[in-house]
Design a binder for this molecule. Structure first.
Ligand SMILES: [Zn+2]
Ligand SMILES: [Zn+2]
Length: 137
């Protein structure tokens, strides 16, 4: 049986072990992951160096299997793409610094554009405290 990562990658190209492993990590991640966090979960034999990781991430992003989010701290974070293709809001926790994908939350302003404007995608990052940091988890 093909894994989820494998069936996502197959229509776009070769399912190399590095591509598979990186996408698996992103699919399993509870929040968007920085390069360093992804690297920490990678076995050396799958992805021997940082250049390979950057290349794999670029490839996943170009195939819309992953998306990258520019953090307030100027760190790029990555997550597997959610079903929606029109962008979703992100939540940046000001205490722990993690970035979460709020896939259910479509930026509503994007769909109330003045006449003549055509929506493509929206980047909305909400600042606040995540459930863990606000003590609600
Ligand atoms: Zn937090
Ligand atoms: Zn996201």
């Amino acid at each position: 049986m093909a894994s989820q990562a494998e069936s996502l990658i197959k229509p776009h190209g070769r399912a190399t072990s590095a591509r598979l492993r990186v996408l698996e990590i992103l699919l399993a991640a509870p929040h968007a992951m920085s390069h360093a966090e992804i690297e920490a979960g990678l076995e050396a034999e799958v992805c021997p160096d940082r250049v390979t990781l950057y290349r794999v991430l670029d490839w996943l992003v170009s195939k819309e299997l992953a998306h990258k989010i520019a953090g307030e701290d100027r760190t790029w974070r990555f997550n597997a793409v959610a079903e929606d293709r029109h962008g979703h809001a992100h939540f940046h926790c000001s205490r722990c610094g993690q970035v979460f994908c709020l896939s259910e939350l479509q930026p509503a302003f994007a769909f109330n554009l003045p006449p003549g404007y055509r929506f493509q995608r929206a980047d909305l990052t909400i600042q606040g405290l995540c459930p863990h940091c606000s003590g609600q988890a």
